[in-house]
Design a protein around this ligand. Structure first.
Ligand code: FES
Length: 169
């Protein structure tokens, strides 16, 4: 005949059957599991970082779409024309330099993104937010906090019309 069971010992007995580890073993298992968790988390983080790097590397630096901007005769000497390129949400500026050369840039200042404008009197592209200034012919920064040139838009004259061909960093 078997001994009567102590009902208060039943939960502990079940616990021991489900988790048959001694206190010393529990510590080792915890370390092993923690190490596995760390390895899995590190692997997932590395894979995510690699994915972001691949995505960033395939991001196109040039937009291939072409778009008619304006007829050449409609741009006054030393004047400018505002348009949107490459999307309707991207303000851009076309300027005619005093020697007749044309340049097109994104209107987004490379400092903090304010909209720049052509100043006919100084023949520079100015940013009103922090008194930034860019050289009209090159788009290079010449004053204020911007340290990168404006994003250029390649343009071409075709049958008296100026076309945007693509944007480059
Ligand atoms: S945003 Fe243009 S100078 Fe600061």
């Amino acid at each position: 005949m078997s001994e009567p069971r102590d009902p208060s010992a039943e939960p502990e007995r079940r616990w021991r059957e489900d988790f048959p580890f001694t206190s010393a073993g529990e510590e080792q298992v915890t370390r092993r599991d923690f190490t596995r968790y760390l390895a899995a988390a590190s692997g997932a983080f590395a894979a995510g970082s690699a994915g972001v790097a691949v995505f960033a590397s395939v991001k196109p630096t040039e937009v291939a779409s072409t778009q008619a901007i304006i007829a050449v005769r409609d741009i006054p000497a030393s004047g400018s024309y505002l348009f949107r390129y490459p999307t309707p949400a991207d303000p851009a500026i076309l300027i005619r330099l005093p020697d007749g050369e044309l340049r097109a840039y994104s209107q987004k200042c490379t400092h903090l993104g304010c909209v720049v404008y052509w100043d006919e009197s100084t023949r520079d592209i100015l940013c009103p937010c922090h008194n930034g200034s860019f050289e009209g012919r090159t788009g290079n920064p010449i004053a204020g906090p911007p340290d990168r040139p404006l994003s250029k838009i390649a343009i071409e004259k075709r049958d008296g019309v100026i076309w945007a061909l693509g944007e480059s960093e």
